[in-house]
Design a protein around this ligand. Structure first.
Ligand SMILES: [Mn+2]
Length: 350
């Protein structure tokens, strides 16, 4: 754990030097949690990284726990006014040229930083977080395993007459009983035509015999997310159209898993899925991007979308989730979380 903290902070210090800065202020709590391998709540911390040190400001409740194992790499100070304390530390250290992540800080913080002559700087931590380390992948893999096992278990428990919310609650309880701390986003359970609504809200509709089910859910394990979607037919007689559309979405998903490679842009990745659905005449029913990266947040860049120019790199972790939504009929989405390796995508949700 100590290596994680020192390695990550060192990487930011390297960027600070590279950009000819003397310091860098981080306000995003997830970025700080990433760098310190700690679990601060939102709005409860602020971090100043200099070329050789790191100073963390946080609410008193965190201080002793943090200091136990991390203080060697990152000094922690009890604080009620992070901004004020960071500014006085900067004055005390007499450092000029302090950068901040202008894409992430709030408008108000940005105004204050500019007033204090800070420099707009790139999102060093965002970039770092895109390439998942072994430890990150281990945690995501486990979050994915919990989600997949939950799917297999819950699928058998779903009975005609259950409501969508009942199914969601079984999903969520099962994940917790398997060690997940919480859900990575609000679970989607949709029956019948509800699955065709792109923004379906899980509700009190009861499951009928012989209709489609779509579940899209995930959990957080040790701060890392998973994301999985499965669609199937409940009952003995899937309609011919459902079978056809399901097979098409499966084909689109499988092709993308098989062919996506390091160096492709998000646009090229998206095309792997999309062209198959378009060729079959269902293009206009595929109404969202193919996928998104995930890590400490459920939606991160790079995206696998029609506008993502960024190239995919080794150890990016993202979803592949093509779908076809036929209004007032049904929807099919098949989603897995994958890690991109030198030999292609490896499915984690299994
Ligand atoms: Mn997703």
């Amino acid at each position: 754990m100590e290596n994680i903290v020192s390695d990550r902070i060192k990487k930011i210090q390297k960027q600070v030097r590279k950009e000819k800065l003397n310091g860098y202020v981080i306000t995003d709590y997830i970025d700080i949690n990433y760098l310190t391998n700690f679990h601060f709540g939102k709005g409860e911390t602020m971090l100043l990284v200099t070329k050789t040190n790191a100073f963390c400001y946080a609410r008193k409740l965190y201080v002793s726990e943090f200091a136990k194992s991390r203080e060697k790499y990152c000094e922690i100070f009890e604080s009620v006014d992070f901004k004020k304390d960071v500014l006085s530390k900067i004055a005390e250290l007499k450092i000029k040229k302090v950068g901040f992540d202008f894409q992430k800080v709030s408008y108000l913080d940005g105004k204050l930083f500019i007033k204090n002559k800070f420099k707009e700087a790139p999102s060093f931590v965002t970039e770092l977080r895109k390439i998942k380390t072994k430890e990150c992948i281990k945690r995501i893999r486990h979050a994915c395993k919990i989600a997949h096992e939950t799917y297999e278990l819950v699928r058998k428990k779903i009975k005609t007459g259950m409501t969508e919310l009942e199914v969601a609650s079984i999903l969520e309880n099962t994940m917790r009983s398997k060690g997940a701390t919480k859900v990575s986003f609000e679970s989607v359970v949709a029956f019948g035509a509800g699955a065709a609504e792109p923004h379906h809200i899980t509700g009190t509709r009861k499951l009928k015999n012989n209709e489609n089910i779509l579940i899209d859910f995930g959990c957080i394990y040790k701060d890392y997310c998973s994301d999985i979607t499965r669609t199937w037919w409940h009952g003995k007689k899937p309609s011919a159209e459902f079978k056809k559309v399901h097979a098409l979405v499966q084909k689109s998903h499988d092709e993308c898993v098989k062919k996506v490679r390091i160096g492709m842009t998000g646009i090229e990745g998206d095309k792997l899925c999309r062209h198959i659905i378009e060729k079959a005449g269902y293009g206009k029913y595929f109404i969202h991007p193919t996928g998104h990266s995930l890590g400490m947040k459920i939606h991160e860049g790079p995206y696998i979308s029609q506008i993502e120019k960024e190239k995919l790199k080794e150890n990016n972790v993202f979803t592949i989730e093509p779908g076809i939504y036929l209004p007032d009929k049904f929807g099919v989405r098949i989603e897995d979380t994958v890690v991109l390796t030198k030999s292609g995508a490896k499915i984690l949700t299994k």
